[in-house]
Design a protein around this ligand. Structure first.
Ligand code: ZN
Length: 240
């Protein structure tokens, strides 16, 4: 079996298509939320995921676009993009996002957007937060998104280690509990503008991180035409 694990598409269809092409045939897509917000293609991205065999959890931008979160918690650029996305989302896609769970358990894996403690909002950015999150899931492994930064936190006896998620190097899942972030598809924030994802082979117990170039200028042009904030357009060039 091969699963494509991805997060934070953020209405960036060009990035999503590049990741799907790189992954090739997969049995299922596991999506860690934030399908919409920031970018110019909310309906296209939701519909592209919906047509694939997949499971998906809700993210804070999904809830922001739906109006399930107070947009005053977003920064001004994110808020403007959320409102733009909200105006364009079809009723059917709205309903799809509205029905997403916050927390999914699938075999040995827990899937959330933010953290297993606070699935919509909490960022797992540090070993300390990772350590405090371990009690909030029962499976050996937990996939998170939200930070748009690929990383693994590995549970040791009384702390968590931060381990890089290296491109193209399959990693064997073992005894230790892990919190794994595949990075972001539509707005990477680790200084690498390429879209990020990972391939999980649950039979072999391996994950492999991929980075994929995509035509950033295609997304940027659509954002310009939509009048989305310049800062959101420019940051795609830099991957932050
Ligand atoms: Zn996000």
């Amino acid at each position: 079996m091969r699963y494509l694990v991805l997060s934070d598409i953020h209405s960036n269809l060009a990035a999503l298509e590049a990741v799907l092409a790189e992954a090739g045939e997969v049995d299922q897509v596991w999506c860690l939320g934030d399908l919409v917000g920031y970018g110019p293609d909310p309906n296209e991205c939701v519909e592209r995921i919906r047509e694939l065999p997949h499971i998906c959890v809700a993210g804070n931008h999904d809830w922001g676009v739906l109006g399930k979160l107070d947009l005053s918690d977003f920064n001004a650029y994110a808020r403007q993009a959320c409102l733009w996305n909200r105006q364009r989302l079809t009723e059917e896609n709205r309903e799809y996002l509205d029905n997403l769970d916050e927390y999914i358990v699938e075999g040995d894996f827990t899937l959330v957007h933010g953290s297993p403690r606070y699935p919509i909002w909490e960022y797992v950015m540090s070993p300390g937060v990772a350590w405090r999150s371990l009690a909030s899931f029962d499976t050996p492994y937990c996939f998170v998104g939200h930070t748009h930064v690929p990383v693994i936190f590995a549970a040791r006896d009384d702390f968590c280690d931060t381990c890089p998620l290296l491109e193209g190097q399959p990693l064997q899942l073992g005894q230790e509990r892990l919190i794994i972030n595949p990075g972001g598809v539509g707005q990477p924030r680790d200084g690498d503008p390429r879209a990020a994802c990972l391939i999980l082979d649950p039979d072999k117990g391996t994950i492999e991180h991929h980075r994929v170039e995509y035509p950033i200028e295609v997304t940027q042009k659509k954002m310009e035409e939509a009048g989305l904030p310049r800062q959101l357009i420019d940051r795609l060039d830099h991957g932050w």
